[in-house]
Write a protein that binds this ligand. Sequence first.
Ligand code: FCB
Length: 447
Amino acid sequence: MIRAQFTFPRGFLWGTASAAHQVEGGDALSDWKAWEAEPGRVLGAHTSARACEWLQGRYIEDFDRAAADGHNAQRLSVEWARIEPEPGRWDAAALQFYRAQLLALRARNITPMVTLCHFTQPLWFMERGGWETPACIPLFERYVQKVAAELGDLCSLWCTINEPNAYMFAAYVAGVFPPGRHNLLLAQQVHLNQLRAHAAAYHALHAARPDARVGWAQYLRGFEAARPGFPPDRWAAHWQHQLFNMGWVNAVHSGRFRMLQRSVPVPECRGTCDWLGVNYYTRDLVAFDLRHPLELFGRRQFAPDDVLSEQGFIASHPAGLFRALGEMQKFGWPMFVTENGVEDAPDNMRPAYLLEHLRALWQAVCFNFPVHGYFHWSLVDNFEWERGWTQRFGLYALDVDTQVRTPRSSAKLYAEICRANAISAEIAQRYAPPVAASMFPGAVLAG
Ligand code: FCB
C-alpha cells in the first residue's frame, strides 16, 4: 500500500477567491456596470446582471459548499460603488450586506480575506479622473477608513488592491477594461497613483485596527525569452517582467517607483506589506517585435508544446508558480497564493492543473518559502470581465439562468486536499492518473 503524500504545514489556509462584481449581480453604480452596457465591450454582450446572485443571498449556499468541502478561508471583495454610491454618502444596507457575509464565514470557521478594490470603482470616482489623478488617494483612503470602521472587527486579512498591474494593462494599455485607454504613460501614472493609494490604505487600516494584516494581490505572469540565445527577446522579456511584475514589488521594498522615463521616490510606500498575495496563472514566451511598442516591443505567445485551457487563455506551467514564489520570497514578506486556476468548463484540464500547481506550492513550502495559504480561482463559475460567461473557472459549474451549481470533479479533488491538508498518491491517482504517475513515480511502479 503506497502512502506517499505531500503534506502542508498545520494551519495552512485553503480556500477560493472571488470578486464582488463577478459574483454579486444587481445594480451597483460602478464603472463596470456602465461598461457592460456599451455595445461590443463584453463578448456575446454578456452581463453581470445576475452573476452568482450573492446579492440575493446565495453567498450563504456557497459558503456552505466551501465549509462542506473543508475550506478554512475565503477571499472576497467589497464593492466601493455599493458602499459609497455618491461621494461621502455611505450606504448602511451595503455595509450590512458585507457584515452578513463576514459573519456567515466566521460562523463556518472560515477565515475571511477582504479585497477593497477588485477592478471596479464608482462611476462618480471615474468621472472625477479615477486613478489618473492624485486626487484618487484621499478618496480611496476615506473609503478604506469607513470600511475598516464598519467591518474591521470581523476581518484581519486585508487586500488593498487586486492586481494593480493587470488593471493598468487591461484599462490603460489593452483598453479592454474601462476607461478603455491605450496609453503607456498614463498607464504608469495610474500604477503610481494606485501604489500611493495602497500605502494610504495600509496606514489607514493599521490606524483603525492594530490587528490588521494588510497586503495586496500581485499578478505575476511568467515572461521568458522565446529564443533564449537572442538578446532582443531577452531584453523584451526582462522589461516586461520588470515593469509589469516588479514595479509595485520593488517600490514597496525600496521606496522608489521606477517608471519607463524616470524613477520617483515613494517613501510612504516603503514596507507597506504585511503579506504579499501572488496571483499566478500562466507563463508567456516573449519575442522581440517592433509592432508591439505598447508592450515594450515584446510579442507574447505560449510555447508550442504547452497544454492550453479551453479557450486558449492559459497555458499550464506550474514551474512558473514555484519560480514566482522563489523570486518573491527574497523580499522576506509572508505570502499567500491569492489566485490560481484555469478556465475549463468540461473540467478536462483542471484536475491536473490543480494537482501540479499544488505540487509546485508544496515544493515552495518545503524550501521554507513563507507561503501560508492558497486561494483557488474560483468556487463557482463567475462573470469573467470582458470575456463574460465564455470562461468557466469554477470548481462548481453555474447555470446562470437557474442558478444551479453542480460540482465538477475538481471540487471534490480540492475538497479532499483541503480536508487532508495534503495531496496523497491515492488522491492524485483517482483524479488525474497521468499526473499521479509523474508526481509519485514509485507509487505507479508499485501499482
Ligand atoms: C484575475 C482576476 C480575477 C479573475 C481571474 C480569472 O486576473 O483577478 O478577477 O478574472 O483573473
